[in-house]
Design a protein around this ligand. Structure first.
Ligand SMILES: CC(C)(COP(=O)(O)OP(=O)(O)OC[C@H]1O[C@@H](n2cnc3c(N)ncnc32)[C@H](O)[C@@H]1OP(=O)(O)O)[C@@H](O)C(=O)NCCC(=O)NCCS
Length: 181
């Protein structure tokens, strides 16, 4: 699989692969798009969030084939949140795990990042499994965390998963040791 920045020219592929599918978007924070124009607007918006540095999305492409989904990060200080969505046709083949693992590994290599995290709806078993497979720990439930419009108007409970760097602890320990000696 290859990751590259999502671009305006991806609108049709994004629309057909997952954005127009109520099943693929069921657990997302937005409803399935009813028209290609809506997907175009969505991609324009993702360009703005990328410029602002609040969210970066990549297209997931098969080396021999087209766009199958997207994955993204939301950086915030020493934390990076990850997310992903795949077209239904490609579920169950390990692609989300591959993408989430790659993004997490990249994020953890950034010196300023100490926490990589993700949330998923408490009913989203596949996504919870992906996060467990890449080595994240379930920290608990964020109650009434986010509205998932396909599932109703009220915010829903979400699992919170993370992986953190333990290194700073050791450094702090070393500093204490040095101060004592
Ligand atoms: C969640 C999603 C990204 C998973 O993608 P995927 O490529 O099918 O995931 P993978 O194949 O890498 O792994 C899925 C794992 O979940 C398991 N799984 C799938 N459905 C499951 C279910 N109903 N109950 C328990 N486990 C389930 C699979 O067996 C697999 O685990 P395994 O390798 O141990 O067998 C995909 O289903 C999707 O795009 N869903 C819609 C959007 C979404 O929910 N995004 C995440 C928002 S947090």
């Amino acid at each position: 699989m290859v990751l590259r920045a999502l671009r305006a020219g991806d609108a049709r592929s994004v629309h057909e692969a997952y954005a127009s599918d109520p099943e693929a978007t069921r657990f997302l924070a937005w409803r399935a798009h009813k028209s290609l124009a809506e997907t175009r607007r969505y991609l324009r918006q993702t360009r703005i969030t990328a410029q602002q540095g609040t969210e970066h999305l990549w297209a997931l492409l098969l080396k021999r084939g087209g766009l199958i989904g997207a994955a993204g990060i939301r950086p915030c200080g020493s934390r990076i949140e990850i997310g992903y969505v795949l077209g239904r046709a490609w579920w169950g083949r390990g692609y989300a795990t591959e993408a989430a693992r790659a993004l997490t590994a990249w994020a953890m290599r950034q010196p300023s990042v100490y926490r990589v995290w993700a949330t998923c709806d408490v009913d989203n078993k596949a996504s919870a499994r992906v996060l467990e497979k890449i080595g994240m720990t379930r920290e608990g439930v964020l109650r009434k965390w986010i509205v998932r419009p396909a599932l109703g108007p009220a915010p829903r409970d979400s699992f919170c998963y993370s992986i953190v760097k333990a290194r700073e602890k050791r450094r702090a320990g070393n500093r204490q040791g040095a101060a004592r000696s």
